[in-house]
Design a protein around this ligand. Sequence first.
Ligand code: ATP
Length: 266
Amino acid sequence: MQSANLAPPSPQPGALIAHGLNLSFGGIEVLKGVDLDLRPGLVTGLIGPNGAGKTSLFNCLTGLYRPTAGRIALGDTGLDALSPARRAGLGMVRSFQHMALSPDLTLLENVMTGLTLSRRSGWASAFLPLPGGRAETQDAQRRAMAALDELGIAAAAHLAPPELPPGTQRLGEIARALVAHPRVLLLDEPAAGLNAVETRDLTRALRRVMHPGLIMVVVEHDMDLIMQLCDRIYVLNFGKVIACGSPAAVQADPEVLRVYLGADDE
Ligand SMILES: Nc1ncnc2c1ncn2[C@@H]1O[C@H](COP(=O)(O)OP(=O)(O)OP(=O)(O)O)[C@@H](O)[C@H]1O
């Protein structure tokens, strides 16, 4: 069993690494010296009480927020000077809390929008007789259908999101995020608004789509999902990493228990 200590694991090729991240807003320190080692082939959970800094940390990784100190790298590529769009171009995809699908497109079309960045001809080619456009659209449809199939919701491909239960819509959002085969998938509260059965199905689907080249990072308050899905967990409290390790090790960590049992008087 891995121990819940803060010693940084040895670096791994292709990992998403953060070192010494600080973030402040108007003198208030939101992140304090955060180190992360997010590895390909592992699902890493990021947990902590409300306001601990989890979403802010996601925002630093994707480039939405500029840390006041520290370094972030994906494999050999330093990300610090790169815009959110450049980071997305490197294969970093993020789902936002409550990021809805478009109600005016079918589920399949929604997932196809996840390929927009990698299309050569742009969406005009889907409607105009441009050379190569039709083949590209057919390829996008094939890829989107494969993503839906992988998540077990291909039967709903031609329905519009308002016709679908929340769990299927959420899986559709995941399919849209996965369709372009990202290197890094950052999920912000994927179980928000789902019932227990939908959350269980989501957990299984996320486990199924994991592969050795994918770095999956999940911020979530649902502890069942976190404990069943994650290989490693970082626990944040007041902007600091207080524990890191396997689900079993983190659950047994006295500092984590103190924070989660409400005995934290910091
Ligand atoms: N743009 C901002 N301007 C000012 N303060 C901010 C900003 N973004 C985040 N914060 C502050 O940073 C702290 C951490 O917020 P953050 O949303 O990252 O926490 P969290 O762990 O994701 O919380 P939750 O679980 O409730 O989503 C909070 O005190 C929040 O008010």
